[in-house]
Design a protein around this ligand. Structure first.
Ligand code: ADP
Ligand code: MG
Length: 260
């Protein structure tokens, strides 16, 4: 125990399943006995909302922005418990967006999230960071703080669009800030076996990226889109759904991968 592995969930495209993956992979890992912290690192606050907290109405001091920008912040005070045992999170509100313009003028600004999380590392086995869909200062902070990146790819037209740029960004972060940074895997999401296109995307991605692609494929499942409006993970909302099965499978794959 202790010394959490930190994983960013990132793709600069919106709507590909980043937030859904962060919440439900986190809940699945907690279900398997891991102590998990989720970081809402998107000013839209979608992860917080999906766990039942409207962070936009929280005082600024109780959001991840404070932990990020103020080295003297007591981050333990900002952590919230979710309704899943072993699953905690740091909420984000719109104010986090202000960090984009403030970070560049701060010395060591790219390391701020890393510094903030270092005080929590012994309390968790895994920390998942839900990134916003842009390659700005916040995302750089997330990648600098991380050991690995999971890249969700929607089984849709242009799934691979922007992926080359993303891989280059990861390379330059490796070079400048974080040589340890690694791609944990590409995760195919919203797969619909009835659609030819969905199958074509899976084939194409597997052909080009082979063992970089997770074996687990997340199917399209309406329960996954319903759960957040109840402030619940899929594990609580419907443990027997395809969505719950898929994310538990992914959690097992990740645990196995990292015990090697
Ligand atoms: P991102 O964080 O990348 O913008 P989200 O996780 O918010 O993407 O997902 C975008 C939308 O798609 C949301 O409405 C979400 O509920 C829905 N969604 C995500 N994954 C699935 C899935 N496997 N099946 C059905 N709906 C999904
Ligand atoms: Mg999101």
């Amino acid at each position: 125990h202790g010394n959490a592995r930190i994983i960013s969930i990132f793709n600069q495209k919106g709507g590909v399943g980043k937030t859904t993956t962060t919440i439900n992979l986190g809940a699945a890992l907690a279900e398997l006995g891991r102590r998990v912290l989720l970081v809402d690192f998107d000013p839209q606050g979608g992860l917080s909302l999906g766990l039942g907290v409207n962070a936009h109405s929280l005082p600024l001091e109780n959001t991840v922005y404070h932990a990020l920008m103020d080295p003297s912040a007591d981050i333990q005070q900002i952590v919230l418990k979710s309704s899943v045992a072993g699953l905690d999170f740091l909420p984000a509100s719109r104010d986090l967006g202000a960090a984009e313009s403030k970070l560049p003028s701060e010395i060591g600004g790219q390391q701020f999230l890393k510094r903030a999380l270092s005080t929590l590392k012994d309390d968790y086995d895994i920390i998942l960071i839900d990134c916003q869909p842009t390659m700005g200062q916040l995302t750089v902070n997330a990648l600098v703080a991380s050991h690995e990146v999971i890249v969700p790819l929607q089984c849709e037209y242009f799934a691979l669009e922007g992926l080359g740029k993303l891989l280059n960004t990861i390379k330059s972060i490796q070079k400048i800030h974080n040589p340890e940074l690694d791609i944990e895997g590409l995760l195919l999401t919203m797969y619909d076996s009835r659609l030819r296109l969905s199958n074509q995307v899976v084939e194409e991605v597997q052909k080009h990226f082979n063992d970089m692609v997770f074996e687990t494929i997340i199917q399209r499942n309406v329960k996954l889109s319903e759960a957040p409006s109840f402030g619940e993970s899929i594990i609580n909302y419907d443990a027997t759904s395809k969505g719950a099965t898929n994310y538990l499978h992914l959690a097992q794959e990740i645990i196995k991968k990292n015990s090697k």
